[in-house]
Design a protein around this ligand. Structure first.
Ligand SMILES: CCCCCCCCCCCC(=O)SCCNC(=O)CCNC(=O)[C@H](O)C(C)(C)COP(=O)(O)OP(=O)(O)OC[C@H]1O[C@@H](n2cnc3c(N)ncnc32)[C@H](O)[C@@H]1OP(=O)(O)O
Length: 132
């Protein structure tokens, strides 16, 4: 089978049939994406699965670096699930860089629901794999 590379990314790949198909807007140092979870994304009834909430946060931080030409992988990540994420509510996901030191980049991200409440947030350490 022919491999389709990054276009198959579960979170952002346009060719992944079961993917989240996230799109991003990078403005200066802040990246943003919108996503509305559906029933197929739930764990408990009516609530988005926490693993997928983490995926949204991981992906926004990863793509922020990727879109700036930085090749790095998530080395460590901590997620705080502040409120249940309801199915059918549009989410705004935002990511930014906190600090950089040699190979490691500390990043952060948050998810805000339609009512303006912070439903989840994360801090992560990315490690460059581009030899820089
Ligand atoms: C269409 C668009 C698509 C766009 C595509 C976008 C895709 C986005 C995907 C979402 C992002 C992801 O999920 S990325 C995938 C998930 N993450 C991964 O698979 C990463 C797996 N881990 C690794 O590959 C490796 O552990 C690395 C690269 C992180 C580090 O390995 P290494 O380069 O060999 O480094 P190593 O010699 O072991 O260690 C060097 C130093 O770093 C420390 N160190 C090593 N690993 C870690 C760690 N995880 N957390 C903390 N510290 C660590 C060591 O203690 C050591 O410290 P000292 O002794 O020097 O003090």
């Amino acid at each position: 089978m022919e491999r389709q590379g990054e276009e198959m990314c579960f979170a952002c790949g346009p060719k992944n049939p079961i993917g989240l198909k996230l799109e991003f807007e990078l403005n200066d140092d802040i990246i943003e994406s919108k996503f509305t979870p559906e029933e197929v994304h739930q764990g408990f009834d009516g609530i988005m699965h926490g693993g997928l909430v983490s995926t949204l946060l991981d992906e926004i931080m990863a793509n922020m670096l990727y879109l700036q030409g930085v090749k790095a992988v998530t080395a460590k990540m901590e997620t705080k699930f502040r409120k249940p994420v309801e199915i059918g509510q549009e989410l705004t996901i935002t990511g930014w860089i906190e600090r950089e030191k040699k190979r490691t980049i500390n990043t952060a991200a948050k998810i805000i629901n339609q009512e303006g409440q912070k439903v989840a947030e994360a801090e992560a350490v990315f490690m460059r794999i581009d030899g820089k």
